[in-house]
Design a binder for this molecule. Structure first.
Ligand code: HMG
Ligand code: MG
Length: 301
C-alpha cells in the first residue's frame, strides 16, 4: 500500500456549506490560501448552486477568481446543471464536479429531481465541458446508506457510476454522505464499482458520523483506491443529510498516511493553523482528533 495517495481537500465547499455562521468571501479565500500553503494542491473551492438552497456558497465566483492564480493547483467547484456550468465558466473554472445520488429520496431532497433526471441535466454539462476542455468529476452520494431510505445496495451505486463514467467523468467520488459505512461494506462497494470503473478513477468521500471513516479509508486503500476526499478540521455536512457530521478530517488522514510511510507533502503545523483560523470563525473547536491533540500539546508547552 505504499504508492502515492491523492488528497482532495473539500473543506472550503463541503466543510462550509452547512455552517450557520456566514463566512465572508475574504475569509474563504484566506482559508484556501492557507490550505494550499500547507501543501494541499487539490482544493474544492465552492459551488455554483441555488443561493436559496445553499446561501453559504454565494460568492463562489469571487472565491474562485481570488485563488485562480494558483495555476499549479486543481480548484474544483460543484455544478448541478447548465446554469451552474455557465456561472462556473464565467468564473474561469477548469475543473467541475457534478453530483448525483444512489438513492432517489436523497436525489429529490438535494437537487430536486430523480436520479434519471439528474443524469439528463448532466448530459449537456458534460458535453459542453468536453468541448471547452473542462474536466468533470462525478460524485455519487448516499453510497453506503441514505438518511431517508436506509440501506443502499452496491448495485444502485454501480448503476450510477457506470452512467457517469460513460458520460465522461474522469473520476467518480463515492460519498458516504451520512457516515454510516463500515470497512467491510466500504470494501465490498469499491470491489463492486471497480468492476465497471477502473479503481484508479475512484475516490473515497467518507463522512465520519459514526467514527468509521479512517477505518473505511484503510479498507478502501487495501482494495487499491488511492484518492481520498477530506476536509480540514473534519468540517462538513450536507443540509439535506439530517444528523450527518463532517468529512473525515484531513489532519487525521495525513497522520495515518504518513504513519504508513506514504508521503503527503502536507505540512501538518500549517494545516492545523489553517483549521484553527476557521474554527475561530465558526466558533467551534476542530473535530479532528489529530488537530485537537496537537493543539493540546502546544497549549501544554
Ligand atoms: P430547482 O428548484 O429544481 O431548479 O433546483 P430550477 O431549475 O427549477 O430553478 C429554481 C431556481 O433556482 C431559479 O431561481 C433558478 O434560476 C435557480 P428563481 O427563478 O426561483 O429565482 N437556479 C440556480 N441558481 C444558481 N445556480 C444554479 C441554479 N440552478 C437553478 N446552478 C438545484 C435545482 C440543483 C439548482 C437546487 O436544488 C440546488 O441548488 N441544490 C443545492 C444542492 C447542493 O448544493 N447540495 C449540497 C452539495 S452535495 C453534497 O454535499 C454531497 C457531496 O459532498 C458528496 C457526499 O457527501 O455524498 C458532494
Ligand atoms: Mg460530502
Amino acid at each position: 500500500m505504499s504508492e502515492g495517495v491523492h488528497i482532495v481537500e473539500v473543506g472550503p465547499r463541503d466543510g462550509l456549506q452547512n455552517e450557520k455562521t456566514p463566512i465572508s468571501v475574504a475569509d474563504r479565500i484566506a482559508f484556501i490560501e492557507a490550505l494550499i500553503g500547507a501543501g494541499l494542491h487539490t482544493v474544492e473551492v465552492g459551488a455554483f448552486v441555488s443561493p436559496k438552497a445553499i446561501p453559504q456558497m454565494v460568492g463562489s465566483t469571487e472565491v474562485l477568481r481570488g485563488v485562480s492564480h494558483h495555476t499549479n493547483c486543481e480548484l474544483p467547484v460543484l455544478v448541478p446543471n447548465e446554469k451552474g456550468y455557465e456561472a462556473s465558466q464565467a468564473a474561469g473554472a477548469k475543473l467541475i464536479a457534478v453530483f448525483a445520488a444512489a438513492s432517489e429520496s436523497f436525489s429529490r431532497a438535494n437537487i430536486n429531481c430523480s436520479i434519471a433526471e439528474s443524469i439528463e441535466r448532466f448530459k449537456p454539462v458534460l458535453a459542453r465541458a468536453g468541448a471547452d476542455g473542462v474536466r468533470v468529476r462525478g460524485y455519487i452520494s448516499t453510497v453506503l446508506g441514505c438518511p431517508y431510505e436506509g440501506e443502499i445496495k452496491p448495485q444502485a451505486v454501480v448503476d450510477v457510476a457506470k452512467v457517469l463514467w460513460d458520460l465522461g467523468c474522469y473520476e467518480i467520488s463515492l460519498g458516504d454522505t451520512i457516515g454510516v459505512g463500515t470497512p467491510l461494506k466500504a470494501r465490498q462497494l469499491l470491489r463492486a464499482v471497480a468492476g465497471h470503473v477502473p479503481m484508479a478513477n475512484l475516490a473515497m468521500h467518507f463522512h465520519d458520523t459514526y467514527g468509521q471513516a479512517l477505518a473505511n479509508l484503510y479498507a478502501g486503500m487495501e482494495e487499491g483506491c488511492r484518492v481520498i476526499d477530506s476536509a480540514a478540521g473534519g468540517l462538513g455536512g450536507c443540509p439535506y443529510a439530517p444528523g450527518a457530521t463532517g468529512n473525515v478530517a484531513t489532519e487525521d488522514v495525513v497522520y495515518m498516511l504518513e504513519g504508513m510511510g506514504i508521503a503527503t507533502g502536507v505540512d501538518m503545523a500549517k494545516l492545523v493553523a489553517a483549521t484553527n483560523v476557521v474554527s475561530g470563525l465558526i466558533g467551534r473547536p476542530p473535530v479532528s482528533r489529530v488537530a485537537a491533540a496537537l493543539n493540546a500539546k502546544k497549549a501544554a508547552k
